[in-house]
Write a protein that binds this ligand. Structure first.
Ligand SMILES: Nc1ncnc2c1ncn2[C@@H]1O[C@H](COP(=O)(O)OP(=O)(O)OP(=O)(O)O)[C@@H](O)[C@H]1O
Ligand SMILES: [Mg+2]
Length: 437
């Protein structure tokens, strides 16, 4: 069976493209569906106009409509210069016309500016098994011999991220307050926004506080059924339905909002949140869960299974007791994971007696990753305007703290200068991201 989309892609090849159409067999439609590329950010640095044209051609295919693809010329040198200033994306496609050792040396230079979570696909002209093995040894995810066939390229990207690849795409970060009203949702929204806007990664924010969630207010969006529909009939949810339920909120951020109405009660079916996480995780690199202040079985299981947990607490006695209990239970349930991240919020509120940061940390046996000062005017202004704190005022300790938390949980940084230590060569050496405990 001939695939009409494939036909169109082949017919509409941009001028200058001279790639081989024999690189991979044309797949029937149903097989092509399995090649749908998730919501990743892809940067391509090409050494030849032909490769750039083929990648642009692939990017225009519907199978890549969720991914954001940027193609530029200049090859490895341009990539290294670029990533000296900017964080690396989910996937870099690098083309070089250099041969064997020279190409490997170029990739080693790229490795020095690459984050641990970034994958690299190489395009070259050497068709040699020893060279291929050298590339694989360096942790390169895929190697394609030029000329590039757009469909073969999509298939290779799908191979890296698809069902057949090991490991899931998305990292899940769950944010919960040690007590109600401590600012956990505010933190989740601002950190998610920072990951999307400053680190340029695609993020889905799920507001799991169905009756009272504030995400749509904070992002100034119309209330939608989002999460409620997604979990209504767990077996029904797939990537297509999830796409329909997501509300776009800027280039890299999508929101699954809470209905925030009280006409009905929101009992969560067994496995519904799990299914939501699984589907979202398959299509986006970062999933942020804005958890309600609850301790039901679904809330507990969701926290335990998250990649990272961020506990927000205010420095008073009730928060200390609850944070201590939460940290203890989560440490016990996740003995091989780093402990949850603790954030002390609303520190230094005028006239309020507070437990000192050091004493709080000692009592819960965990150092906070950030302390955010109380600033009723700044947070109140942002909340009332439906803005993020950084949009209300770009400077200040809170905005810096959001960036630091985003860096700690994602293992990425906004700029290269402090990238050392757990980042850098990791990806190309095939290591998993090492995050500070
Ligand atoms: N550092 C801060 N300084 C001043 N006000 C803050 C600060 N952080 C959050 N707030 C304010 O505290 C209020 C509660 O915040 P938020 O809704 O994020 O808390 P929560 O922990 O998610 O509450 P809930 O238990 O209802 O889910 C909001 O009005 C928010 O603007
Ligand atoms: Mg909340």
């Amino acid at each position: 069976m001939t695939d009409r989309v494939t036909e169109m892609v082949v017919e509409e090849r941009p001028e200058g493209y001279s790639g081989s159409s024999g690189g991979s067999p044309r797949e029937p439609t149903s097989a092509r569906e399995s090649l749908r590329i998730p919501r990743i950010v892809v940067h391509a640095f090409c050494d030849s106009p032909e490769a750039a044209a083929a990648i642009e051609c692939a990017a225009a295919d519907r199978l890549m409509s969720r991914a954001r693809v940027a193609v530029q010329s200049g090859g490895v040198a341009a990539a290294v210069e670029h990533y000296n200033q900017t964080p690396t994306p989910d996937l870099i496609i690098i083309e070089s016309r250099s041969q064997h050792d020279a190409f490997l040396a170029e990739l080693d230079r790229l490795a020095e500016v690459c984050y641990a979570g970034t994958k690299v696909m190489a395009i070259g002209s050497t068709n040699d098994i020893a060279f291929y093995r050298d590339l694989m040894r360096r942790g390169i995810s895929e190697y394609i011999v030029a000329p590039v066939d757009p469909i073969a390229l999509i298939s290779s990207i799908a191979g890296i991220y698809g069902a057949s690849s090991t490991g899931k795409l998305g990292q899940v970060y769950a944010f919960i307050g040690a007590k109600g009203g401590v600012g956990s949702s505010t933190l989740a929204h601002n950190v998610g926004w920072t990951v999307a806007h400053k680190l340029g990664s695609n993020v889905v924010m799920a507001d799991l506080d169905l009756p009272f969630g504030t995400a749509s207010l904070d992002f100034n969006l119309d209330v939608a059924q989002g999460v409620a529909e997604a979990i209504q009939d767990a077996g029904r949810l797939d990537e297509v339905l999830l796409d329909r339920l997501l509300q776009k909120c800027g280039d890299h951020l999508s929101l699954l909002s809470a209905p925030a109405t009280l006409e009905k009660a929101y009992d969560v079916q067994d496995g519904a949140i799990e299914q939501l996480i699984e589907v979202a995780q398959a299509s986006v690199p970062f999933l942020i869960l804005d958890m309600p202040h609850l301790w039901t079985s679904w809330a507990r299981n969701t926290l335990i299974s998250a990649d990272e947990i961020v506990i927000t607490a205010v420095p008073d006695l009730a928060n200390l007791r609850n944070a201590k209990n939460l940290i203890h239970v989560l440490r016990q349930a996740r003995p091989h994971d780093p402990p949850p991240k603790l954030v002390l919020n609303q520190v230094g509120m005028p006239k309020r007696p507070e437990i000192k940061v050091n004493d709080f940390a000692k009592a819960v046996d965990l150092k906070p990753v950030a302390c955010i000062p109380s600033d009723a005017h700044l947070f109140g202004t942002a909340a009332n305007k439906g803005q993020m704190v950084a949009q209300a005022s770009a400077k200040g300790a809170a905005v810096k703290a959001f960036s630091e938390i985003a860096n700690v949980i994602t293992g990425r940084q906004e700029a290269k200068h402090s990238r050392g230590g757990y980042l850098g060569l990791g990806s190309l050496l095939g290591r998993t991201p090492k995050k500070p405990a």
